[in-house]
Design a protein. Structure first.
Length: 69
């Protein structure tokens, strides 16, 4: 369980860093956010193996507070 949680923490940090590097205009639409989250979920699928929540939804929850909507 500890290992899974650590993988998710690492994935969260990595995804948020990637998100912050995107140009501001790419972070301003729900479509852009959703597309980024979908791609990030696929690229980090091993971090979400035992998650009850859908990885896309979880990543959206991390990104929406940081979005410039």
């Amino acid at each position: 369980m500890h290992d899974i949680r650590e993988k998710q923490r690492e994935a969260r940090r990595k995804i948020i860093r990637q998100w912050a590097k995107l140009p501001k205009d790419k972070r301003q639409s729900m479509e852009g956010i959703s597309e980024f989250a979908r791609t990030a979920a696929q690229q980090n699928e091993k971090a979400f193996v035992r998650s009850r929540r859908d990885p896309h939804e979880k990543i959206m929850g991390w990104l929406l507070p940081r979005a410039h909507l």
